[in-house]
Design a protein around this ligand. Sequence first.
Ligand code: ZN
Length: 264
Amino acid sequence: RPGDTVAGIARRYGVSADSVRAANGIVDDELYRGARLIIDGSIGGGSSDGSSASRADARSSSSSSGGRYTVEEGDTLSGIAEDHGVSLSALLKANHMTSRSLILPGHTVVIPGSTRSRAPSRRPSGSRSAGSVGPDLRCPVPGSSFMNDWGFPRDDGGRFHEGTDIFAPRGTTVRAPASGTVVFGRNHLGGTTFTLTTATGWEIYGAHMSATIGSSRSVRAGEAIGWVGNTGNAAGGDTHLHMGLKRVGGRAMNPYPSVRAACG
Ligand SMILES: [Zn+2]
C-alpha cells in the first residue's frame, strides 16, 4: 500500500524487518504497490548484503514467526486458524478480514505469529551458507533487465507472480543458470519451458522461450539452451524469460536475489 515500508510492515506483523526482507527476497528495500509479501520469520536467511548477525536475528524470532497458507477446497477460516495454532480473531486481523469474509481455493492468507513450535524450515542443505536464500547461479540472460516482481498480482489478483521476469529482445540466448539436468516442455501458461534440476537439489523453471536449443539433456552452467520469446500466456507481451525457483519438492521462492547476484 502507498507509504508502506519494510520496517513498518514488519512492525505491523510483529516480525523483524530482516525476516521480511529474507522471506521476500528484498535486497534494496524497494516495495511495489499491490505486491504480496510473505510474512514468515522462520525462513531466516538474509539479503545479499545481510550480515550473519542479522540472519541470527531473523532466526531467533521464531516465537513470533508467522507464515502464509494457500486456501484449499473445503477450508474455513476457523479451521485454518486451528490448524496453525492461532486464534480466529488474530487470523482475521492479520488479513484485514471479518468472520464473514469469503475465502476461495488458491487464495493466500497470512498466518500471524504463533508461539506454538513449528516444524524446522526447509533450509537448503547444499547452499553456500546456512542463511542464503537461493543458489549461486550463472546469469540466464546476460544483458537483460528485471526487477523484484515477486508477489505482483496477476489475473486481477486471482494469483500472484511466483518468479522473476527477465526481459530481453526476442532471440536473446537463454543460458543454463546452473549445471544439471534440463528437461524441455510445453504448456499453455509457460509456452516453451525448461525445468533444470541441479545435483544440489534446486529446481529452476524457465518459460516463454521462442524455441529450445537441442533436446532435454545434462547441461553445464552457461550452456545455451534456448531463446527468449513470449510463448504461452506472454503472447503479445514483452519478450522475457519467466524464471521460477524452488527446492525440489518445496515451495516456490523468490529467485530475484540469485538472479540479481548473477546478472548484476
Ligand atoms: Zn513471470
